[in-house]
Unconditional design. Structure first.
Length: 180
């Protein structure tokens, strides 16, 4: 049976390096596994009053259904001010509401990211750790992928063109696929 990884990028930018990294991962996933790319674009800002009045927004229900059906999750995170971008954290916070908390528990989760700087999202990746621990997710720590100097490795549309980076990504995805 085909295994499914839910892939989420934390950037809304058209030519995002992180969304491009996720697309590249989806292209090179081994046989028997697929990466389903989810979208955080339509997730509203978390508002407890909205949740009380209307329940979970449709975009969150879609993401939760994808999460529930997935054998693992790949978070592709940008780094803003040495931390997790607010839009990404906001989406995961919504996804933890209602039935979502149970869906995260025990779910294998891997984190990668790309940035134009020299540290390749090292800090934001680290900032996901207490979040994933709180969600009781099963964080995959064996592999590590920080794509630095992204401006040299992606084309103008955010496609990962650098051969060495594609090889490192393939090895990461292969390793993660083996544990889900
Ligand atoms: C950034 N950027 C950034 N990069 C980094 O490596 N460390 C950082 O702390 C920050 N801080 C930061 C703050 C804010 C508010 C912005 C908008 C950007 C640069 C960031 O990595 C760059 O914009 C990437 O291109 C964002 O990822 P996407 O959109 O290409 O996926």
């Amino acid at each position: 049976m085909t295994k499914t990884i839910l892939g989420l990028s934390g950037s809304l930018r058209r030519a995002s390096f992180n969304t491009g990294l996720l697309r590249a991962a989806a292209e090179m996933v081994p046989d028997g596994t697929k990466i389903e790319i989810g979208s955080i674009r339509d997730v509203p800002l978390y508002d407890g009053d909205l949740e009380k009045a209307s329940g979970l927004p449709p975009a969150v229900e879609t993401l939760q259904a994808q999460l529930n059906a997935a054998d693992g999750v790949l978070l592709v995170t940008p780094e803003y001010n040495n931390g997790i971008p607010g839009v990404f954290k906001n989406a995961i916070d919504w996804m933890s509401r209602g039935p979502g908390l149970q869906m995260w528990a025990g779910k294998p989760v891997a984190v990668i990211g790309a940035s134009p700087g020299g540290f390749g999202t090292m800090m934001s990746q680290a900032h996901w750790l207490p979040v994933l621990r709180t969600l009781k997710a099963n964080f995959w720590a064996e592999g590590r992928l920080m794509v630095s100097r992204a401006g040299d490795l992606f084309d103008g549309d955010g496609n990962l063109t650098d051969t060495g980076s594609r090889e490192r990504l393939a090895a990461f995805i292969d390793g993660f696929t083996k544990v889900i």
